[in-house]
Ligand binder design. Structure first.
Ligand code: HEC
Length: 182
């Protein structure tokens, strides 16, 4: 079939557009950037501090429920731990927490509480996190709580695609999960 040259051009433009759009979608939905890594100026110093905080405990330990559930421990009950695991499902889609685990769409979150913002090695952070790192910002329980309550507000322009966690109890459980497993 013979198409008019203008129609051919229009079809080509539409195809290229559709292809470009399909590449952009994973970025727009999930912040996926598959090909980038970034050597981080702060990672080595922060790794050393994290090791100091951990003391003599090895970086990769198997965490048993008995260690984290019970009187005076992180979770008051097995039910609370089960809730926290459910709350974590989406975070876990983008973040591993074990020391020896790689990055996913988001950086590995091992020992993130007390760590400088945007300071994991071989992870390509957005400018917003790199500026926070240069300014010496540190993740505390309070700042992670504020970040989760409104991910676009604390460090505007960051790439974490996650809806605000509006329930404060849920944020508390997520923080407990981080304390227990990272
Ligand atoms: C769709 C993927 C995705 C989901 C879901 C997600 N994150 Fe993220 N997260 C990211 C990305 C990407 C970054 C890095 C952002 C940047 O560089 O701008 C990030 C960064 C972070 C950081 C800062 C890390 C650092 O090294 O400074 C924390 C803390 C964090 N996320 C916690 C969470 C928690 C808790 C949840 C669940 C409530 C969650 N994230 C859900 C993708 C995600």
């Amino acid at each position: 079939m013979n198409y008019h040259p203008t129609a051919k051009l229009a079809i080509r433009i539409a195809l290229v557009g559709a292809l470009a759009y399909s590449f952009w979608l994973p970025y727009s939905f999930f912040g996926v950037l598959p090909l980038f890594t970034f050597s981080n100026d702060y990672a080595a110093a922060e790794d050393a501090k994290a090791a100091e905080r951990r003391g003599s405990a090895p970086a990769a330990v198997k965490i048993l429920d008995d260690d984290i559930v019970g009187d005076g421990k992180i979770f008051a009950s097995a039910e609370e731990l089960a809730e926290a695991r459910k709350d974590w499902v989406w975070c876990g889609f983008c973040h591993y927490t074990a020391a020896d685990a790689p990055h996913r769409i988001g950086p590995n979150l091992n020992s993130i509480i007390g760590r400088r913002v945007g300071s994991k090695t071989k992870y390509f952070y957005t400018v917003s996190f790199r500026e926070a790192a240069a300014a010496g910002k540190v993740w505390s329980e309070e700042s992670i709580d504020a970040f989760l309550a409104n991910p676009t507000q604390l460090y505007p322009g960051n790439r974490m695609r996650y809806a605000p966690v509006t329930d404060p109890e849920k944020r508390k459980r997520i923080l407990k999960y981080l304390k227990a497993f990272s």
